[in-house]
Design a protein. Structure first.
Length: 361
């Protein structure tokens, strides 16, 4: 296992990049702690696979360095990096049995036969494939083949890190849930550094201790699921995490208050010296919105969906989509509805980035 550092890393697939749009990854520094369970989350095309392939050595970064426990591995090929990688689609040897497929990475590294036997049995049990050990991979379903791929990634004890690139895409929903909890269990047991790529927030939040969120080639936040919920560092994190996502409203800011349209919203602290001409917005999660006939911003309710524990109110505010989550039992006025926000949970964004109030870090 290793602590993985990416130093001033950037990548362009073009030979002569001339501007930010030419970069699949824009420059950043990032450290993955030894033994951490990370999810790498972001929409299609944001650079997740590019980043994973740079860590494993399948791709040479055009800029910056990769360090494992302080040692520069930037120029080392994949086989010298001791990384296990599991891809979206199965990578198995069809002509081999399940047992031989699982044993392959261990045989390659000269692990003694009795140790191979023990680890293969343990892995087959975990994957619920003990009865299939003697079968050729060829005749198995896509699900089963992908389970073997996972097993081949997890069977080695000595890896620096295990990288998963959307490994559960082809797996049916029930098994998906099962395998995800087994991965978590395995992480607790062996404390491998694990990086799990997904564009599914549920998958990311259930697997990881820390989530790295990417957007358009940038790492926009690294944080615990709670941090991503409470203080999204970028408006994209606010939209992407949570269901429904954070409300983002254009505003003007004056000290400790924002003006949205003609209405004043109290902020949790003072804001001065904001950059001239920058885009300013407040972000408030639907969970921190209260509806009443009294104070607040006028909204037009379009729909109320009852989920059991709370109701999702879909509305418009100054023509923009706006959502509120209202607990069961709390009143939703029939007309003249106004929305007010908890100031502690109202964040200010300047050009999409979270802006701290005076005195905040
Ligand atoms: N081999 C390549 N040559 C040129 N451009 C590439 C190559 N691979 C990826 N890209 C581009 O780099 C950007 C990042 O792609 P990448 O596959 O890393 O994203 P991703 O977040 O993994 O997406 P997905 O979730 O769809 O797999 C995209 O604009 C993509 O078109």
């Amino acid at each position: 296992m290793a602590r993985i550092e990416l130093s001033r890393l950037a990548h362009s697939y073009r030979p002569n990049p001339s501007g930010p749009a030419d970069y699949a990854l824009k420059e950043f520094d990032l450290t993955w702690d030894d033994g951490g369970a990370y999810a790498l989350l972001g929409p299609s095309g944001c650079g997740k696979t590019t980043l994973l392939n740079i860590i494993s050595g399948l791709l040479a970064a055009s800029h910056g360095r990769v360090l494992f426990d302080g040692e520069d591995v930037t120029r080392l090929p994949p086989e010298a990096r001791n990384i296990a990688q599991v891809f979206q689609f199965p990578v198995v040897y069809d002509s081999m049995t399940v047992r031989d497929n699982l044993a392959f990475p261990l045989k390659n590294r000269g692990v003694p036969a009795d140790e191979i036997d023990r680890r293969v049995k343990e892995m087959a049990e975990m994957l619920e494939m003990t009865a299939d050990l003697h079968k050729k991979a060829q005749g198995l379903t896509a699900d089963a083949k992908q389970k073997i791929s996972l097993g081949r990634g997890l069977v080695r004890a000595d890896v620096n890190a295990i990288l998963f690139d959307e490994p559960l895409t082809v797996i049916d929903p029930h098994l998906k849930w099962l395998l995800r909890s087994q991965l978590k269990h395995l992480h607790r047991r062996f404390a491998h550094t694990m990086i799990y790529v997904t564009h599914d927030q549920t998958e990311a939040l259930t697997f990881a201790d820390k989530v790295v969120v990417m957007y358009e080639g940038e790492v926009v936040q690294v944080g615990t699921p709670e941090e991503l919920f409470q203080r999204p560092a970028h408006t994209f994190v606010g939209y992407f995490i949570g269901s429904p996502g954070m409300n983002v409203l254009p505003c003007r800011v004056d000290g400790a208050q924002a003006t949205v349209g003609e209405h004043v919203v109290r902020l949790r602290g003072g804001y001065r010296a904001l950059p001239q001409g920058a885009k300013t917005e407040i972000g408030v999660r639907p969970e921190f919105v209260t509806l009443s006939r009294g104070e607040g911003l006028p909204i037009q309710v379009e729909r109320v969906d009852d989920t059991g524990r709370f109701r999702v109110v879909k509305a418009r505010l100054d023509g923009l989509a706006f959502n509120a989550l209202i607990p069961e039992g709390a009143e939703i006025p029939a007309d003249g509805v106004r929305a007010s926000f908890d100031p502690q949970a109202t964040n200010l964004y300047v050009d999409d980035h979270l802006w701290p109030a005076e005195g905040e870090a």
